[in-house]
Design a protein around this ligand. Sequence first.
Ligand code: B16
Ligand code: MG
Length: 219
Amino acid sequence: VLRAVMFDLDGVITDTARLHFKAWKRLTDEQGWSFDEKLNENLKGISRIGSLEIILNYNKVSLTPEKKHLFAERKNSYYNELLVDLGPQDILPGIQELLMELGKKGVKRMIASASKNALRIINQLQLGPIPGPYFEGIVDPDSVTCGKPDPELFLQASERANVDPRDCIGIEDAQAGIDAIKAAGMIAIGVGQGLKHADKTIHDTRELSYSFLEKVFER
Ligand code: B16
Ligand code: MG
């Protein structure tokens, strides 16, 4: 039976991908590195340092670990500037309703995000505290050694929820995330286009409801 739902943050609960894009764009423009929307797609669900490495590879630039750290920090400060205006109005449609419905049905709700800014974002969206009315728990990405597409983040989420992975649905907007959910042995719902291996793909978060999730789960 469905006992827990693992939520990705960026792209599922709120659309911060465009803010990540703007922050990376500011950094790469400053450095004269190429970066576009297409490359940005490959950064979805990937850690901050992993994202920087993809950009550096693409530009055939190699840097010392110290320099990488510096640039990653700088991108994060640009990103944090952009987060200032984020508020409850930025919760994607249908998500708050889904969270309340799942809570009433006794289905646990966990955050499985690669973002170190996840708690700040959840608080700004007024979906906190955790644990609280909307979420039972969150995985700290610092405690994860292998990021998405490795299943570790999702497995930690199910451990924290004390639920068997087979009783979980994961919702993701990134290919790396879908791959991580499937590798964890969970049912995957993909939000967006061109996602492979998801058990079900939707185009809009409005399509999500408890009965929809149950149907996908029992299929
Ligand atoms: P931060 P998710 C991911 O969040 C983003 O999709 C990805 O673009 C970003 O690089 C990553 O978080 C790290 O974010 O720099 O805030 O730690 O989709 O897993 O919720
Ligand atoms: Mg995402």
